[in-house]
Design a protein around this ligand. Structure first.
Ligand SMILES: [Zn+2]
Ligand SMILES: [Zn+2]
Length: 132
């Protein structure tokens, strides 16, 4: 069981399965939202155990398709925890427990600010890794 929470602890959640992948997005949107390291979780292995009613949503505007969720009290970026998709990105920063996986890729490196230096050997993609 992997647990996670927001900074003020109002929102808590659990994962019953290790996420399939961890990736880091350097696009300006993720950077400003404060959720760049994302794990991809299956909805049926994810459960909000506390504070669902405290979650605020920043609605996606085209071309973005994922709504971004936050704690309405402390502002912690949670990822897309209210998604109804079979799997969705969750902000790795919210996890309280260690993960047995490492960062697998960096995407949108073209939008990365020069002051941020990548410190691992994971593959780098100028934009999205799964589309050309
Ligand atoms: Zn909070
Ligand atoms: Zn991004």
């Amino acid at each position: 069981m992997i647990k996670g929470s927001c900074c003020c602890n109002a929102i808590q959640f659990e994962l019953t399965e290790v996420p399939s992948m961890l990736g880091t997005c350097h696009c300006s949107r993720c950077r400003k939202l404060g959720a760049s390291a994302l794990v991809f979780v299956k909805s049926d292995s994810f459960k909000i155990t506390k504070g669902r009613d405290q979650i605020a949503t920043f609605k996606a505007v085209e071309p973005y398709k994922y709504d971004r969720c936050f704690c309405s009290n402390c502002g912690t970026a949670l990822g897309e925890v209210l998604s109804e998709e079979a799997s969705f990105p969750l902000s790795a920063n919210c996890l309280d427990d260690e993960l047995p996986i490492e960062n697998k890729f960096h995407e949108f490196v073209s939008e990365k600010p020069s002051w941020l230096k990548i410190g691992d050997d994971a593959k780098q993609f100028s934009e999205h890794p799964f589309e050309s």
